[in-house]
Design a protein around this ligand. Structure first.
Ligand code: SF4
Ligand code: SF4
Ligand code: FES
Length: 839
């Protein structure tokens, strides 16, 4: 237990852990010391002098080592001749701090006055106006009147792009370096720096492309003035015009807590629209951060292309495309036709749903499937979700605790297998990096270099195909095995880099067995985590959806197919084979996707911003999202549509209230037992305090008042007997002489519908590419920047060549969701279409 010390701040006595900074002790005593450069998530630097206070320390008798007492037998205090910074001084026993003495007030006032000497004071047109620490601190601690002349202010550039996402207003910058330190210390992307000196000193981007970090948006939250703004929100609205709704990011399995700021918008015909996505504090999930994908890729829900009416195809063509007579229909007619088709198909119904859907949607879909005796299929190429229900991380897990010295004698070990967390789940990347920096042992195993390697105690390189063998090393004697076996806590995050469904299932099984065999299951901070492609894949597994090894065969066999929240035809995962009978297809989605074009019945669904529900994160934390904007007219929530279809079949499923559907799910599924919407909405005090009333700490991050979510239990945690399957042997493809083996990798910014609708991210999505080792490129006669046609499983796509010497020879890395239907390792050929554009 950390030693406690007692001190007095402005007459209030408080006992806090030894070593805490005065500024934080004051916050705990409900006293706000004004700060600019200090931020509790970063090391203090004492740069701005805003936090000046008087500090008195007990005088000590050097001979006895005891405090010298005054006439009243109180310890005599010695105050320093100068004011001290509350953000760099740690507390000590008997310390007395005066934050509001005349001397302290003069110091604070002088600092504000100095900072304002060249500040433009353009609050009326500044994006930060209304939620700006400088504004607030000037009101609370400033001089009220400036002695400086406006005309003598230094005028600097106001519209400097640091990259295409973040803009700098040089005049507003107070040179606190929070943005630079965030990038260096928190994000680990040192892409910002200072240039020039004195008042002209300015923030510059050191990277090409500009501000090259997937965490860049966070700097706009913690910048204490309006110097950094996002290209998305700048000049978009005033903070006081905005309403806030709690939500969960749907872009990856981390489940970052977010706030959607909305406003009625004249430019959107008076509709209420989302103006920005902001982080919402959840110290066990995303702390106070989100990545740029989560912040900027939300525009798809507002797209003009949204479906708003059910459609039915009067007479289907034989190949599914001809005689396209899809017509608008009433909900009654469309759901009746769907219900009739499903009832007729009976156990030849396949329900194909994705982890884009909420738990409530998936539960109703599964209930309908079971009623008919059909098959519930998860649209995914990654396996192992059944194992996370058994030996996943369970109740009480907090990656933020791993690596802390309190975590036992031998500490914690985190293994990241076959995943590039920076690209696949950026906030997990931050959490794992921090755990390693705190002292956790990090083992990163991947066939190529990833950004996380820098923080790893052990980097394991293996050949694509050797994933299972590599996971088995964890339980064998040796340096890596010892670090894993002897660890007090061990967590494995497994992904699907280079793997298809069967191989990723085999890898998950090997990881689950390694954890089980070494006793790292059934307790908090231990177990398996899937780095899933979609936000609620874990929820889908828990509810009983499983991917099909041969999706095409399952489709061909089905008499009716209900496809919800997925575009398998657009992705190239399914084809209508010529001469084959097309099954009866019902599609439920937001857009008229390639799959929707084939539908006999098309049902328009609501976006997650238009309704409420829950998602289960990859860490198996169930979290609520709330309605932020009115639903697009004519659409319904997925669970409600399924209920209406079921009703047409004589099956009663809850279709009005998402919370009631969740109650039924919780009563039906052991992992969710005891949960309900009010439990999920519970909050407890978090540190640091990010109340937006003071703005000193979290910047514009929102405090969490709407729920921290609850972890599901695992079978191991419930004390059930866990029997893990054997590791299935899979066919392993290896690169052959003169042949190229393509393996799938995940890229953060891809061409998925939820990302590509956000025009702002076009530059980050870039062109579809194939990455090769320089020797492989040479062997195939291509160079970097050259356009080639890549032929893969009968599909061909023009892609640009990238050369990367960290890739194995004979391998072609092909990003998922960039136009090529890659579901696992496969042989490909490439052909140059024109000469290289870039040398
Ligand atoms: S841009 Fe903002 S965060 Fe960065 S140094 Fe300037 S004031 Fe501080
Ligand atoms: S890390 Fe994942 S969940 Fe968090 S903001 Fe980014 S995409 Fe969203
Ligand atoms: S010196 Fe303490 S907040 Fe800047």
């Amino acid at each position: 237990m950390t030693k406690q010390v007692t001190l007095t701040i402005d007459g209030k006595q408080i006992t806090v852990p030894e070593g805490m900074l005065v500024v934080n002790a004051a916050k705990l005593a409900d006293i706000d010391v004004p700060v600019f450069c200090y931020h509790p998530k970063m090391e203090p630097v004492g740069m701005c002098r805003m936090c000046l206070v008087e500090i008195g320390r007990p005088m000590m008798d050097r001979t006895t080592g005891k405090a010298i007492l005054d006439d009243k037998s109180e310890p005599k205090l010695q105050f320093g001749p100068k004011l001290e910074t509350a953000c760099t001084n740690p507390v000590s026993e008997g310390m007395v701090v005066l934050t509001q003495s005349e001397k302290a007030k003069v110091g604070q006032k002088s600092t504000v006055e100095f900072l304002l000497t060249s500040h433009p004071l353009d609050c009326p047109i500044c994006d930060k106006g209304g939620e700006c620490p400088l504004q607030n601190l000037t009101m609370a601690h400033g001089p009220g009147k400036s002695r400086f002349l406006y005309d003598e202010k230094l005028h600097l550039a106001k519209n400097v792009p640091l990259g295409e996402l973040i803009y700098l207003d040089r005049e507003r910058c107070i040179q606190c370096a929070r943005c630079i330190r965030f990038q260096d210390e928190v994000a680990g992307d040192s892409v910002l720096g200072f240039e020039e000196r004195g008042r002209s000193m300015q923030i510059i981007s050191l990277s090409e492309p500009g501000f090259d970090s997937v965490f860049s948006g966070n700097t706009t939250d913690i910048c204490p003035v309006g110097a950094l703004t996002t290209a998305d929100f700048r000049f978009g609205a005033r903070p006081w015009e905005l309403s806030s709704s709690a939500s969960i990011c749907t872009q990856c399995p981390v489940g970052c807590n977010i706030t959607l700021n909305t406003r009625r918008e004249a430019m959107a015909d008076g509709k209420i629209v989302i103006k920005r996505v902001m982080p919402r504090q959840n110290e066990e999930v995303n702390e106070i951060w989100i990545c740029d994908k989560g912040r900027f890729a939300y525009h798809y829900a507002e797209s003009m292309e949204r479906l708003s009416k059910p459609h039915i195809r009067k007479k289907a063509g034989t190949d599914g495309r001809s005689e396209r007579t899809s017509q608008r229909a009433s909900w009654e007619a469309a759901t009746k036709l769907a219900g009739e088709g499903f009832a007729k198909a009976k156990n030849n119904l396949m329900v194909l749903a994705s982890g884009r859907l909420s738990n409530e949607d998936l539960f109703n879909l599964k209930a309908l499937t079971d009623q008919v005796g059909g098959k519930a299929v998860l649209y995914s190429n990654m396996g192992g979700g059944g194992l996370t229900s058994l030996v996943g991380v369970g109740h009480g897990t907090n990656l933020g605790e791993l690596g802390s010295p309190l975590q036992g004698k031998i500490g914690s070990t985190i293994v990241v297998m076959a995943s590039d967390l920076y690209e696949e789940a950026p906030v997990w990347y931050l959490r794992v990096k921090q755990a390693a920096q705190r002292g956790a042992t990090l083992i990163v195993a991947n066939p190529r270099e990833t950004k996380l390697d820098r923080y790893a105690s052990f980097v394991v390189r293996y050949a694509y195909g050797d994933e299972v063998k590599t996971a088995q090393v964890l339980t064998k004697k040796g340096k890596i095995g010892d670090a894993f076996i002897k660890a007090e806590n061990a967590v494995i995050l497994f992904g699907s880099e280079g793997l298809g469904l069967e191989a990723s299932t085999a890898l998950a099984t090997a990881c689950a067995r390694a954890l089980n065999d070494t006793g790292h299951v059934g307790k908090p901070n231990n177990g398996l985590i899937g780095v899933w492609p979609r936000a609620n894949d874990q929820g889908a597994w828990e509810i009983g959806f499983h991917p099909e090894v041969d999706l095409q065969a399952a489709f061909d066999k089905a008499e009716a197919v209900y496809i919800v929240g997925a575009d398998p035809f657009g992705d190239g995962a399914l084809k209508i084979k010529s001469g084959r009978r097309k099954p009866f297809i019902v599609v439920q989605d937001l857009f008229e996707t390639e799959t929707a074009k084939l539908a006999d019945v098309l049902l328009p669904a609501q976006a997650y911003t238009e309704r409420e529900g829950t998602f289960t994160s990859g860490e198996r934390r169930v979290q609520r999202f709330y309605q932020a904007v009115p639903a697009l007219e004519g659409t319904k929530a997925d669970f409600a549509i399924t209920s209406q279809v079921a009703k047409q079949m004589g099956v009663i499923l809850e279709g009005t209230s998402a919370s009631v559907v969740f109650d039924i799910l919780a009563a039906d599924n052991l992992s969710y037992a005891g949960l309900n919407y009010s439990r999920l909405s519970e909050v407890e005090p978090q540190w640091p305090i990010v109340g937006r009333s003071d703005l000193y700490y979290g910047g514009t991050t929102y405090a969490n008042k709407q729920g921290l979510g609850v972890h599901l239990t695992t079978a191991a945690q419930r004390g059930e007997k866990v029997s893990l399957p054997r590791i299935q042997k899979t066919i392993v493809l290896r690169p052959k002489e003169k042949k190229l083996l393509a393996v799938p990798v995940t890229k953060l910014y891809d061409r998925g519908i939820t990302v590509s609708s956000s025009r702002l991210l076009d530059g980050r999505i870039g062109e579809a590419f194939v990455a090769l080792h320089p020797n492989t490129a040479e062997k195939f006669g291509v160079i970097t920047g050259q356009h080639v046609t890549l032929n893969l499983d009968g599909a061909s796509e023009e892609v640009v060549v990238k050369v990367d010497d960290t890739i194995s020879t004979g391998i072609a890395l092909v990003p998922r969701s960039m136009g090529l239907p890659i579901s696992g390792p496969t042989e490909v050929s490439l052909k140059a279409v024109r000469k290289a554009a870039v040398k």
